[in-house]
Write a protein that binds this ligand. Structure first.
Ligand code: GLC
Length: 430
């Protein structure tokens, strides 16, 4: 059964506006701001709590808008609201690959922030700067990680896999062992294969770990049609039905997390927030999980990890831009980022916090960030600018057809490459 595609925009907008989840208090005299934030469950709660602190301290009110979970649906909603210059949205949480697409609708925060910007990771500030305008402040950083069942690996006397071959072997051993005990729902490795932005993230990691490039180079050259990329995609397709269930083709991050958390898989690819969710008091696998870099290919290839993360931006159509920026300053402050790291495993965007011993101790994936064999892979949003969503959708559709065995890698990659080239020639991608 296939998951159904997103609703029409109109319906999506209506549903989301209906989700405005309460107004956080402030005296009647204050202004009312609306923020769209929180992707997965814990993030929404954390955003709500921090916004409430601000509302109480300033005497203003904050309305929370819970946007759709899937990044693509959320983008469609924001494009719709910003496209009609909706005054009702003041602050919005945007993906690391969106500044080029939404920048024209967002305020330049640079002049007001001045040197405060220097406290944030410079690469993220560069990412969020579009034609000289700083259109969003980095809120948290993401990278794709491998979560594994430490207890099962130890019981089978297996090491944490370093390469895809080792992962395939360990996944097979653990899966066979559980199946022999009648656990037919248990799978070796789960990831996100649905046609949405998360699939692009998985693809970048496969390519990165086999030297297959970044789909489009930093200078805008289409590079996807190469033998390393073809190999990486074939290898992933071969997992289906063997160590990965066909159901990964309808999975996004929350479905993978639910399956792993319920004890039905040995390995999972997901983002750092999964660490907090897996170790929450009510989690069936609490204390039984480890986290590592995703496997590398062979030879000298690095461990690939897609660079993700979310930023806070102020809409140009906000009627309260100064207050909105003040709310953004609070939410991205060191104190709030620290709390979000400890409670929800959201990686801070202030380098100073990445040295904090208490954080390093509690959040084991932070130490992985500085491993020399890690290659953080950026999606090609900077070279293609506002064509990024189109580029990513073409990639998702092509790869999905390969995974689903509707198409062969040998014919799909040249066709995809030609489509991407054509976009560039049409002046859409630049
Ligand atoms: C995570 C990442 C984001 C990415 C998304 C894909 O939220 O932070 O950058 O686009 O997952 O599902």
């Amino acid at each position: 059964m296939r998951r159904r595609h997103a609703n029409t925009l109109g319906r999506l907008t209506a549903v989301c506006l209906a989700l405005v989840a309460g107004v956080l208090p402030g005296p009647a005299a204050g202004e009312r701001l609306t923020i769209a934030c929180g992707r997965f469950a814990s993030e929404y709660t954390l955003c709500r709590e921090a916004a409430q602190q601000w509302a109480e301290a300033t005497g203003h009110e904050v309305r929370l808008l819970a946007p759709p979970e899937a990044a693509d649906d959320r983008l469609a909603l924001f494009q719709e609201l910003l496209g009609v210059r909706a005054r009702q949205l003041d602050v919005l949480e945007i993906d690391i690959v969106w500044p080029g697409m939404l920048g024209e609708h967002l305020l330049d925060l640079g002049p007001e922030l001045g040197t405060a910007v220097e406290d944030f990771e410079p690469a993220l500030i560069t990412n969020n700067t579009v034609r000289g305008r700083l259109v969003a402040l980095p809120w948290f950083l993401d990278l794709g990680l491998l979560f594994y069942r430490r207890d099962l690996l130890e019981a089978a006397d297996l090491a944490v896999p370093e390469t895809w071959a080792e992962l395939e072997d360990a996944a097979t051993v653990l899966q066979d062992g559980r199946r022999a005990h009648g656990d037919n729902r248990f799978w070796g490795y789960i990831w996100q294969g649905w046609t949405y932005e998360g699939l692009t993230c998985n693809v970048m990691e496969w390519l990165g770990s086999w030297g297959g490039g970044q789909i489009i180079s930093r200078t805008g050259r289409v590079t996807i049609d190469n033998p390393h990329a073809a190999y990486a995609l074939k290898r992933a397709a071969d997992w289906l039905g063997i160590i990965s269930p066909e159901a990964v083709l309808v999975q996004t991050e929350p479905e993978s997390l639910a399956q792993f958390r319920a004890g039905h898989a040995a390995f999972m690819r997901n983002w750092p927030y999964a660490w907090a969710e897996l170790n929450a008091p009510q989690s069936p696998v609490r204390g039984k999980v480890g986290v590592a870099l995703l496997p590398r290919g062979g030879g000298d290839h690095p461990h690939g990890a897609t660079l993700g993360g979310w930023q806070l931006a102020v809409s140009r159509y906000s009627e309260h831009p100064a207050l909105a920026l003040d709310l953004v300053r609070h939410l991205t402050s060191a104190a709030v980022q620290r709390e979000r790291a400890l409670t929800g495993s959201y990686i801070p965007t202030r380098p100073a916090l990445l040295q904090d011993p208490e954080l390093l101790d509690a959040e084991p994936y932070l130490a992985l960030l500085t491993r020399p064999e890690l290659a953080l892979v950026a999606r090609p949003s900077t070279p293609v600018g506002d064509a990024y969503a189109t580029v990513s959708k073409l990639v998702q559709r092509a790869v999905f057809r390969i995974l689903d065995e509707q198409a062969k890698v040998e014919t799909t990659l040249p066709a995809l490459s030609a489509e991407l080239d054509q976009l560039g020639r049409a002046g859409v991608a630049r």
